[in-house]
Design a protein around this ligand. Structure first.
Ligand code: C2E
Ligand code: CA
Ligand code: CA
Length: 604
């Protein structure tokens, strides 16, 4: 009988059955063999008890003993593992070894417990094999001989499971972060999974810069920080590290879209905090690309990966807030964007860029009080590019920064031209991109550019959208805006009302002016009601407003009735090249005394 049991268990070990199944079988067979015995096996890991098999015990038993430290006085098993000698407790009710544990088993009608340590070849306790009795008694001779045989089987089973686990860790775990490695990811993504699922690719931003500036140890520290923060949010077996800084996460859910949305929000919010990366305090940030397989749609995992890759590429290259989920239209969008970037790059290389100027007009007197500089590009075919193509290209960081640099230089030249033509200098607003605030210095460049042509500070103004303050470089944005405004260069918040930021967030930005997006003027009474509301709030805060996109006289009238002062739009003048702008402005010279050219400064 005992031989048969041994063979059964050895076969299970040899065929690689899970450890718990093997030991469960062992316990059940022993319980059949011996009368009135309940049999349990635990493993010892980091000096703590981990339950493996207790088929005749209720589930709460395993829960209660899980993680209990071994020690000189820790029930029968904890003590046996600690002393490496069998511990016989003939009366649980009175034995002090069971202080703190007896209420767990007495209500089950169990009175005595005999636990034997499972000791490996090096003399280390790796587990315990225990009998519980209904009577206050010790082991019989027969029981002793059974346990001797079982201890040996348990030792082999646990030892084998451990070496399999160690081997598994070696093959499937990423040594740096402890996450699953590429092999683990490939195996997991190729194996069958729930009907609805999603793949998120997390990529650590600016890792190369960190490596270059602070060394590879800091870079490794940053990856590890991100990996641990990811693993705190998604359970470890679902997060992997493949290659340098790419962390895929597999999600199984009946509602994968909602889950991806929720997780990416949490991830973006959680990871963006400073951490000690090998002695450097750094704030990691990530981009996420995701692809979703809704339940019922059977998409090959290779395709899902390609889609997630594409989404990540888009998230990284547009720098627009970190998370992009793949949609069927994404491919065309990316192609269009690449074409736009190519066109604009070529124009930059050929110096085929010129600012056009659109007047900002005082509504009461209909005279210009400022200009907005808008970038125009002349392609090799002689076409002037603006609008969507320009905006697509401006999602590329290099293009955006180059455009700002070129526009700034050309606007300053043009300012000199206007002065030489004898015109009153009105502030010219330059549009800045969020990429201009990736690192400090934009304020300095603007001030230097003005100084270089001998123009007063009030000759330039800047426009930024809310995107600058939604990114990860908020401290740079705040400092640069403050420096500009301290030096007399006014700042406007552009395209107000088109984004996602809350009103309170926007009003907390330090700007002198709000430019209300042109979509409101074209939106009938509803739009005017909103303009009215924003104008009142802005007025109370000392912020002036400019209403954009005024195309019809009726709109100008309606705005005048609301008390709006400054407007911009085709009704007054379109964006014009320099020569035309000079002609246009000359018609207003000399300025009537009532017109205020300097923008109203916001107090504080
Ligand atoms: P924006 O800053 O909101 O510029 C105003 C846009 O509205 C301009 O388009 C202008 O031509 C257009 N516009 C002016 N009045 C009217 C009107 O009455 N009706 C209508 N429907 N449109 C009007 P544009 O020049 O094509 O510029 C588009 C966007 O490209 C700008 O929007 C701005 O975000 C960006 N942009 C233009 N130049 C630059 C630049 O030098 N640097 C940066 N970073 N962005 C620029
Ligand atoms: Ca603008
Ligand atoms: Ca605008």
């Amino acid at each position: 009988m005992l031989i048969e049991l041994q063979n059964q268990v050895l076969e299970k070990i040899a065929t690689g059955e899970p450890l718990t199944d093997t030991l469960d079988l062992l316990c059940r067979q022993v319980e059949r063999l011996l009368d009135d015995v309940r049999c349990t096996v635990v493993m010892i890991e980091d000096d703590k008890i981990r339950p493996l098999a207790a088929p005749a015990m209720p589930p709460f038993y395993a829960e209660a003993i899980n993680g209990v430290p071994v020690g000189p006085c820790a029930g029968s098993c904890g003590t046996a593992a600690w002393t490496r000698h069998p511990v016989v407790v003939t009366d649980i009710a009175t034995d002090p070894l069971w202080d703190g544990f007896r209420e767990l088993v007495l209500p089950l009608g169990l009175r005595a417990c005999w636990s034997s340590p499972i000791v490996d070849n090096h003399g280390v306790s790796i587990g315990c094999f225990a009998f519980y009795y209904r009577e206050p008694r010790g082991p019989t001779l027969l029981e002793r001989s059974v346990v001797d045989a079982c201890l040996h089987l348990c030792m082999i089973a646990i030892d084998r499971a451990r070496s399999v686990a160690a081997h598994h860790a070696l093959v499937y775990r990423d040594a740096l972060t402890g996450l699953g490695n590429r092999a683990a990811f490939e195996e997991t993504i190729a194996s069958p999974r729930a009907d609805g699922w999603a793949l998120m690719l997390i990529d650590v931003d600016d890792l190369k810069t960190v490596n270059d500036m602070f060394g590879h140890r800091a870079g490794d520290g940053m990856i590890t920080t991100v990996a641990h923060r990811v693993a705190d949010i998604v359970t470890r077996p679902r997060a992997f590290r493949i290659g340098g800084d790419e962390l895929p996460v597999l999600i199984e859910s009946a509602e994968p879209e909602a889950e991806v949305e929720r997780l990416s929000k949490t991830l973006l919010a959680t990871i963006d905090h400073p951490a000690d990366c090998a002695g450097q305090m750094l704030t990691p940030s990530i981009s996420i690309g995701a692809a979703i397989v809704v339940p019922g749609s059977d998409t090959a995992h290779e395709i899902v990966r390609r889609h997630a890759d594409l989404a990540l590429y888009h998230a990284k290259s547009t720098g627009k807030g970190g998370f992009v989920c793949h949609t069927p239209r994404l491919g065309t969008r990316i192609a269009r964007r690449l074409a736009a970037v190519r066109t604009v790059r070529a124009a930059i290389a050929n110096d085929a860029i010129a600012p056009y100027y659109q007047p900002i007009v005082d509504l009461a007197t209909r005279t210009p009080i400022g200009l907005e500089a808008l970038c125009r590009i002349r392609t090799s075919e002689g076409v002037i590019v603006a609008g969507d193509t320009l905006q697509d290209a401006l999602t590329d960081a290099h293009v955006a920064v180059d455009i700002t640099r070129l526009m700034l230089a050309k606007i300053c030249d043009d300012l000199r031209g206007m002065r030489d033509a004898g015109l009153t200098i009105r502030p010219v607003a330059i549009n800045l991109s969020p990429f201009d605030f990736r690192r400090p210095g934009i304020a300095r460049s603007i001030l230097d550019a003005l100084d270089a042509v001998g123009m007063p500070r009030s000759a330039l103004a800047i426009e930024v959208t809310e995107l600058v303050s939604l990114g990860r470089h908020n401290d740079v944005v705040t400092a640069e805006l403050a420096e500009l405004r301290r030096n007399g260069i006014s700042a406007a918040l552009d395209d107000f009302g088109t984004g996602f930021a809350s009103l309170s967030h926007l009003l907390s930005m330090s700007v002198d002016t709000i430019k209300i997006d042109r979509s409101f003027v074209g939106d009938g009474p509803r739009g005017f009601a909103i303009i009215d509301g924003v104008a009142r709030i802005a007025g109370a805060l000392g912020i002036r407003i400019i209403v954009e996109g005024v195309e019809e006289e009726a709109q100008a009238w309606a705005l005048a009735r609301l008390g709006c002062q400054a407007v911009q739009g085709f009704r007054f003048a379109p964006p014009m090249p320099l020569a035309k702008t000079i002609d246009y402005l000359a018609a207003f010279e000399p300025l009537p005394p009532a017109v205020v050219v300097q923008p109203l400064r916001r107090v504080g």
